[in-house]
Each structure stands twice: as structure tokens, then as C-alpha cells.
Write a protein that binds this ligand. Structure first.
Ligand SMILES: [Zn+2]
Length: 463
């Protein structure tokens, strides 16, 4: 009986019915939150299989592909009805989630428990809410027989949270299946200011993880005799020099526009006098330091940042070790190269006993910010402007990295779409008790549909 009931419950998510967009989306989100795709190991095929069942039940062509049967990617496509020659719109959302420590959560992380108006679960913000909304929009386009002037593709890729092997494999082996003029992705952020203005931050660019290792070398010897080449001391000084250094300030088209627009808002008009100083190389660093003292997030958009995070040295208190190493989490501006960063760090460290080398792991590509003049960017500006009174729409560079940079590198315009508002000003992505309110989720799904309709449907043809 229980089995039968769960089969019935399950199959109701797949069938075509008269449920609204919001009801479909919520059902998908609950089902997706219950699928454990903790990476590692991922097991993203669980999500791919689920998406396939929904697509099949709604007559949407799809396929599962990838090199690892347990970690398949999902691609679905609704072809254009109108022959316009316009290239596809890609909807992108990864299927894996970061681990959740059950002991730190007040609800089981894969229960999709509803408390008050909030749905709880690992992935409720990152990234299953976006995936569920995109799936619901695909089903809605199909159900309406929307007069698409370009194909709409849904891609849910595996392994975004760890090695980006999903998107890498796809760009190398199946790019034609996901090639598009532009894409909507995670990475955008929507906030409410103290004075109640809603800011829609469309992510057009992102900083690039550029992990660096510092390794100091000296002579192993007895702790009773201090030595000038003690690697622990050299390493400590090197870390302090780096942490205290002022990294140069560099604006790009996205961040310049962002700061210009933000300075016009009552809540951040203190930026106005600093803006001109930021653009002057003689005063840029002192202006950025003033910004840093007030708002570290804004400072992180102005320059490459570094955080020492891991240390390793010694095994016994009375033995001076011959090596000491530190790992530094560096997030570089996309208009700087890894080589520039490493050269600059060596200069700052200024110690031949300390080597500055790249950490192992793959490098993400550096790219120009995505264009602010595409039909998709314009559609977002239009939809978001109408979504709230005194809405502000700005392009934005995120501190965090996404799979979007691999597609930008292929020439695709990729936008982190800020459909969900940051509730109470806090983000629980990767945190404990990750959740999203049903109202926020429903409103965001509506916004996504409007954007996709504005960018992909021929306005002269009513379905
Ligand atoms: Zn994510």
C-alpha cells in the first residue's frame, strides 16, 4: 500500500495536468530536494532520470549523456516554431549539491520539509530551486505551444560544485547540443535595500578561483637552537605580507556600471565621492580601502582577493621542520592573468626561501563580461523593472565561480539570473538549514517565465 501510494504520488509530478506553473514548480522542487546528489560522490543521474521522466510525460525531447553512468548530464530541447534564424536560449542549472552535516541542521537535509512558508533542503537555494523553475518553464512552454522564435534548451549538468567535469565534458564532446546565443544560470542576486528598493543584480562576470601554495624551505634541526632559516617563520612573514598588501584596483565594464548605478541609490550614495577616485590610478587604492572598511563585499568586486586558509608544518614541538606550506584561496579579477598574480605575489613575499606556485586542480578560463545589449539582457531589464516599485537592475560580477565561465569562454553570453530575492538579507547557499520561501520561489518562477517569453517568443504570434 505504501509502495502504491508513493508510486501514485511520484507519478503525479510527471503527468500533464491542469496544475498552474507555480504548482508544477513546487512539486518539482520538493521531488528534487529529496534526491541526494551530494558531491562527492554526486550520483547526479538521480536528478537526470527524474528530469527525463517529467520531460517524457510532457512530450519534450531529451537525452542523458556523459562519461560516467552515475553522473549523467540532462539536456532537453523545445524547437522553435517560427523560422527566424535566431540562435537558442539555454537554461542552465547544476544537479549536484555540496555536502550537508546532518548534526548542524534542524531538519533532515533531504526531506524537503515545509516549516511555515519555507521549504528546507540542501539545494533549496543552490541550485535546485533554479532547476525546478526552469523545468516548470519548459513544461509551460510546451503546454502553451508557445510561438518560439528560437529553440529553448534545458541543461542540468553534474559536478558544478567540485571539478566542473560535467560542463567540461559537454563543451568538449557535445557542444552542438547546448550551443546557444545566450544562457540563464545561477550566480545572480536580488536584494532589498533598507529603504525598500529591490535591486536585481544580473551576474555577467565572475572572479576566478586561482589557488596558490606558499612553500618555505629550511633546515631540519633541534628546536632548542633557533635558526634564521626556520621555514615556519619565513612562511608566517610571507603570509602576513600578502594579507597586508593592497591588491591593485581594476574596473571592468560590468563593475564600472555597477558602482555608477549603486552610487545613485539613497542607501549607497556614500559611494558617489569615491567613484571618481576609483577611476584615478593615483587614488584608486585609498578609495578602495575606504570602501573595504564600510563594505567588504563591494571591495571584493574591485580587486583580486586572497585568504590564507590552510597551514602545514612540523610534527613535534622540539623539531624545527624543513618545510612549511600554506594554501591561499585567491579570487582573481577576470582581467588579470594567473601569471600576473603569481609574479605580484613573489614580489610582495620578497623571500627566496618561499616559493609561490599554483595549487593543483584545474584552472577556470578568464573571460570578458557578457554583453549588456543582447535581447536576453534587455528582456531581463524589462521584466525586472516592472517586478517591483523603484526596481534597480544592474550588471554584477560575483565573487563565487560557476560553470558559466566555461560557456562564456566558448563565446556564449551567460547571465546569472536574479529571480529569487535574498530573504532577510541572508544567503544559506552552502550553509545550514538551507531554505527558500514558497512565495519567493513562486514569484521567481513567474519572473523566469516572463523573461523566457520575452526573449524567445515571437511577439507578433499569439499561441
Ligand atoms: Zn551552485
Amino acid at each position: 500500500m505504501r509502495l502504491l501510494l508513493s508510486l501514485l504520488l511520484c507519478s503525479s509530478a510527471f503527468a500533464q495536468d491542469n496544475a498552474t506553473l507555480g504548482e508544477h514548480a513546487r512539486r518539482y522542487l520538493i521531488d528534487l530536494l529529496k534526491l541526494d546528489t551530494t558531491n562527492p560522490p554526486g550520483n547526479e543521474t538521480r536528478v537526470a532520470d527524474y528530469l527525463k521522466q517529467v520531460a517524457n510525460a510532457n512530450g519534450i525531447a531529451c537525452e542523458l549523456l556523459g562519461p560516467d553512468p552515475a553522473r549523467l548530464n540532462f539536456i532537453a530541447r523545445i524547437p522553435a516554431i517560427i523560422r527566424s534564424g535566431q540562435r537558442p536560449l539555454l537554461l542552465l542549472a547544476h544537479s549536484d549539491v555540496v555536502p550537508a552535516d546532518r548534526s548542524q541542521w534542524t531538519v533532515p537535509p533531504f526531506s524537503a520539509e515545509l516549516r511555515g512558508d519555507h521549504l528546507y533542503g540542501r539545494g533549496a537555494q543552490d541550485d535546485k530551486s533554479l532547476l525546478a523553475a526552469e523545468l516548470a518553464v519548459m513544461v509551460e512552454l510546451k503546454r502553451r505551444g508557445a510561438a518560439l522564435k528560437r529553440d529553448v534548451i534545458l541543461l542540468s549538468e553534474a559536478d558544478e560544485e567540485s571539478g566542473s567535469t560535467g560542463i567540461n565534458w559537454l563543451t568538449q564532446h557535445a557542444y552542438a547540443k547546448i550551443d546557444a546565443e545566450f544562457a540563464l544560470n545561477e550566480g545572480g542576486a536580488s536584494l532589498e535595500t533598507h529603504s525598500g528598493q529591490r535591486i536585481f543584480q544580473i551576474q555577467t562576470s565572475e572572479k576566478i578561483p586561482t589557488r596558490v601554495v606558499l612553500a618555505a624551505k629550511g633546515t631540519a634541526s633541534h628546536g632548542s637552537l633557533p635558526r634564521p632559516d626556520n621555514p615556519v617563520v619565513h612562511l608566517a612573514k610571507a603570509i602576513a605580507r600578502l594579507a597586508d598588501s593592497d591588491q591593485p584596483v581594476k574596473l571592468n565594464t560590468t563593475t564600472l556600471r555597477y558602482f555608477t548605478e549603486m552610487a545613485k541609490l539613497p542607501d549607497s550614495d556614500w559611494l558617489k565621492p569615491l567613484l571618481a577616485k576609483l577611476e584615478d590610478p593615483n587614488s584608486a587604492i585609498s578609495a578602495a580601502n575606504q570602501i573595504r572598511d564600510k563594505d567588504p563585499e563591494l571591495n571584493a568586486m574591485l580587486r583580486t582577493s586572497l585568504s590564507p586558509t590552510m597551514l602545514q608544518a612540523g610534527m613535534k614541538i622540539n623539531v624545527i621542520p624543513n618545510t612549511a606550506t600554506a594554501q591561499i584561496d585567491v579570487r582573481r579579477l577576470p582581467n588579470e592573468t594567473r601569471e600576473e598574480i603569481e609574479m605580484r605575489f613573489r614580489k610582495i613575499v620578497n623571500d627566496p626561501a618561499v616559493e609561490v606556485t599554483p595549487a593543483t586542480g584545474q584552472d577556470m578560463p578568464a573571460t570578458e563580461p557578457s554583453s549588456l545589449t543582447t535581447a536576453l539582457y534587455r528582456a531581463m531589464e524589462q521584466v525586472f523593472s516592472l517586478a517591483a516599485q523603484k526596481a534597480v537592475v544592474v550588471p554584477y560580477m560575483s565573487r563565487g565561480a560557476t560553470d558559466g565561465s566555461f560557456l562564456r569562454h566558448k563565446g556564449m553570453a551567460v547571465y546569472g539570473v536574479p529571480i529569487f530575492v535574498r530573504e532577510g538579507g541572508e544567503s544559506r547557499a552552502h550553509g545550514n538549514d538551507e531554505r527558500i520561501s514558497r512565495t519567493n520561489f513562486a514569484n521567481g518562477t513567474d519572473l523566469l517565465l516572463k523573461i523566457v517569453l520575452a526573449a524567445a517568443v515571437d511577439n507578433d504570434v499569439r499561441p
